[in-house]
Design a protein around this ligand. Sequence first.
Ligand code: OAD
Length: 262
Amino acid sequence: MGQRETHEPLQIAARRLAAARRVVVFTGAGVSKESGIATFRDGEDALWNKYDAMEMATIEGFLRDPSYVWSWYQYRFGLVDECEPNPAHAAIAELERLVPELVVVTQNIDGLHQRGGSSTVLELHGSIRRFKCLYGRHGGFTREDVERQEERPPRCPECGELMRPDVVWFGEMLPEDVLQESFRRARRCDAMLVVGTSGVVQPAALLPYVARESHACVIDVNPQRGESARAADVFLEGAAGEVVQRLVSAVREIVAQNGLPI
Ligand code: OAD
């Protein structure tokens, strides 16, 4: 790819972000890939190429073999603990300081945006750091609550039902308040930066289309031009760590020259 081709879309994207009053950063598994967390669908190590999503990410799969599914999540808790936020998480956190209003809407359950410094993060698919009882009647349990018990999976201290990670499994509804707020933010944003999602899981995948319908500029960062790029005004090809960092540096330069939008 020539200098001009790579340079121009990035500058266009940076100008749109620097001019925006309200920004939504919408992320998927690809933003955490460079932290060492496998994505779901791309590459040999992709989780849904190695494991059966119907076994690991449905209530029926969990009920068929609770200890097997629990041990898989336990392995993933450990993995996430060992991982650090990468330059993409850091750059997204910096972008928050360069625009008047920014929210991160993530499909990830790993908590790396928060650890990377982002202050407003809407977790559409829940969090691997929280637990609830089987049907979600009691929730907000922490890792310490889990570790206090010997049984695996542990039991809900309120009702004695099996405990599970507070993540959205296939066939389940997304948390209503988070979903509503994410769509509200998408409708009123001026720019949406989409990073590292295949754009195939609904209803999350609609967010860039909602933003676009509301005349926001949609920027997609991904090493592959896939489904998510269809909604984009500007496609930036490459890994999140490098591209988002360069993009935010360009926004920083523009803001340093022009100041924040009124
Ligand atoms: P996917 O695994 O479907 O897609 C990951 C995307 O990241 C792909 O488009 C890759 O091309 C891209 N990618 C890979 N490496 C990257 C890098 N270094 N930088 C930027 N992008 C990179 O993951 P999601 O779109 O997040 O749902 O998947 C959506 C949902 O499907 C997940 O939240 C999960 C899963 O089933 C639930 O668990 C409910």
